[in-house]
Design a protein around this ligand. Sequence first.
Ligand code: ADP
Ligand code: MG
Length: 328
Amino acid sequence: MIAVEHLTKCYGDFIAVSDLSFEIDEGHVYGFLGPNGAGKSTTMNIMTGCLSATEGHVRINGYDIFEEPKQAKRKIGYLPEQPPLYMNETPAEYLKFVGEAKGLKGLELKKQIEDVAGQTKIDHVMDRLISNLSKGYRQRVGIAQALLGSPQVIILDEPTVGLDPIQIIEIRDLIRQLGEDHTVILSSHILSEVQAICEKVLIISQGKLVAFDKPENLEKLLLASNGITFTAEASKEEIDAILPEISRITEWDVKTQEDGLTAVSVRTGSENVKEISRELFFAFADKKKAILEMSSKKANLEDVFIELTEGDDRAVSDSLEESGVDVE
Ligand code: ADP
Ligand code: MG
């Protein structure tokens, strides 16, 4: 439904988006995840025809956003990072203005405004000034304007930024609902948010696509680094003989310590670290070799993100701090 092909955007010498290609299918909620400065807004602005590309193409249902903008843009509703709201208007006036700009008129316009106001639950604030609405309600008005014209795809750039926790929950619920009959693409620099709402995640770092998968598969990506470390009363040779018996252990590293014990670190490539720990325990016990300490580590999406965006020092530590991850 949306094909982004070799998209590149340069601001002067600076490459904000670099050779980005991906496809969006109908009917899913997609998350565009990346640290601040990764190129999310730039990509969304290009996908929605608000910004030109330096190179590459964006096709919406086959229509090129640059060559056939009218047909292409009709399929898309967009809420930019800075919602284009007029503070001294009411939602009713503002939605009428946007609807007309999208070519709606008369009864159809009236009906659509009622529909989107109902969907975004702003019916009861339609005649208040936007400047007097809370940020959560302003964001709803922004989403309502994106829904006008019945686009199939809704693109939301950081829709929960600056909202309080209750507003965030409400906007996430609204996005989930929209996902039932729209294709939704939202950007976020917060992992837990993307994990909570999205069925597929594109991770973008320094203008490049570094991963595109389901949240649960992204975790699997790092399963290889799911690991167990233990110290045993056994020689390196003995350990090298025991470990191949445990099928799900893919790699190991053995170090003889000064105290005569051996420190072993294994990678499992499996989800079931606990089961493997148990197998290790009994395999060593069978050979009368004691394991004196054992600990395991299971990778999560946070780890995937850190690993994949490593070196993205444009803003990675800021965004991780905001998302509640401890940055040492
Ligand atoms: P994100 O939305 O992921 O935070 P952006 O797409 O806004 O990232 O920005 C990507 C990079 O491009 C950033 O380093 C930003 O500073 C830079 N950038 C964005 N817009 C402009 C512009 N108009 N001129 C120069 N640099 C820009
Ligand atoms: Mg942005």
